[in-house]
Design a protein around this ligand. Structure first.
Ligand SMILES: [Zn+2]
Length: 352
């Protein structure tokens, strides 16, 4: 029936026109390939709107189906054309964006994360540099030493009670991990004729309980000067200069009478607390004393000079041994030596 068929055909034409309009509107906001594919699925996909219309043409009279099929095919071609135009538009916009991107060659590159020199090492290097400026040589020695270099040659014979005070790690009956850097005094004087001016930094080991100030492994900076006419005032001047070079221009040192078998006279050496400047009762770094203990020093004992074949009537010398960790604690105002050894990365980065 033409009337029915006309109504059905015009309904079909309207539906197809409306689908094309909806697709065109949907594509206005489509920004990428994925949005295009989604739109295609909705309108042209196997379970999309056009497919539904195509299935319904079976209800039309047989003679009208070819015409309906042609209309649908024309609509599909038009919609495909819309999609293709949009695809080209998106592609050309992507090329424009890429071409308009500029590379700023002056923009700073991300900074590489570099390591830094450990605070204890820095103290050792700076101390060595100070002595090198004064004509001293830097010497290094073994960490496992015979007791001869650690004790006998330093005026500490086997029965001497001072041996016990070193709390050494013994490897066997005569070998030990050096508890101090003083063996380098003997090794250097045996090898060289006077005058001697050396600084000997390095690791030392003692059976100490670990706490904020002590560790079983630590670093010492040893100094030795032997020549004619060397005296205690010279030692005090050099150590004052060292503390000022490492800790600041207002540092002072004080000597407290002490005893070491290898020096006579002997002294414990303190330096002004760099945190409070030597004056605060409530200072946590020095406990209110105003002083920081650095280590021992003194005039080389005549027996030590005799041991290496030097004439103590003609030559004199001074020596000292400072804890490098002590200097680093004072310099960086850190309260616990374990923070250096645990290699706390935040602390090390901060101190770098
Ligand atoms: Zn203090």
């Amino acid at each position: 029936m033409p009337g029915f068929s006309f109504a059905a055909m015009s309904e079909l034409t309207e539906k197809l026109a409306s689908l094309q309009q909806r697709l065109a509107r949907a594509l206005e906001t489509a920004g990428d390939e994925r949005a295009l594919e989604e739109a295609r699925a909705v309108y042209l996909g196997r379970s999309g709107d056009v497919a539904a219309i195509r299935r319904s043409i079976g209800r039309l009279p047989a003679q009208e189906r070819p015409l309906a099929g042609k209309e649908i095919n024309d609509a599909v071609a038009a919609m495909e054309a819309l999609l293709e135009r949009k695809r080209e538009e998106i592609a050309s916009r992507a090329i424009d964006t890429a071409l308009s991107e500029r590379i700023d060659v002056t923009f700073p590159a991300p900074e590489p994360r570099l390591g830094s020199i450990h605070p204890v090492r820095r103290v050792i290097e700076d101390a060595c540099a100070y002595f090198e400026r004064h004509g001293f040589a830097v010497v290094l020695g073994p960490e496992v030493e015979p007791d001869y270099y650690n004790f006998d040659a330093l005026n500490i014979p086997p029965e001497h009670p001072a041996r016990e005070g070193f709390d050494s790690f013994w490897v066997d009956e005569t070998l030990l991990l050096r508890p101090h850097t003083s063996p380098m005094q003997i090794r250097t004087m045996q090898l060289h004729r006077p005058p001697i001016a050396i600084v000997a930094p390095g690791k030392c080991y003692r059976r100490d309980a670990v706490d904020a100030r002590h560790h079983f492994q630590f670093h010492q900076i040893e100094g030795l000067l032997v020549a004619e006419g060397v005296h205690f005032g010279h030692l005090k001047g050099m150590l004052t200069g060292l503390c000022r070079a490492l800790l600041g221009p207002y540092q002072n040192v004080r000597f407290r009478p002490s005893f070491f078998p290898f020096t006579e006279p002997s002294a414990e050496v303190d330096t002004t607390c760099p945190k409070c400047g030597g004056g605060a009762a409530a200072c946590a770094m020095c406990g209110g004393s105003g002083w920081i203990e650095l280590g021992g020093a003194g005039m080389v004992h005549p027996n030590v000079l005799r041991e290496v074949g030097y004439d103590p009537k003609r030559l004199s010398g001074w020596a000292f041994g400072f804890g490098a960790e002590r200097l680093a604690l004072a310099r960086y105002e850190v309260d616990d030596v374990r923070r250096f050894i645990d290699s706390d990365p935040d602390l090390l980065e901060q101190l770098a």
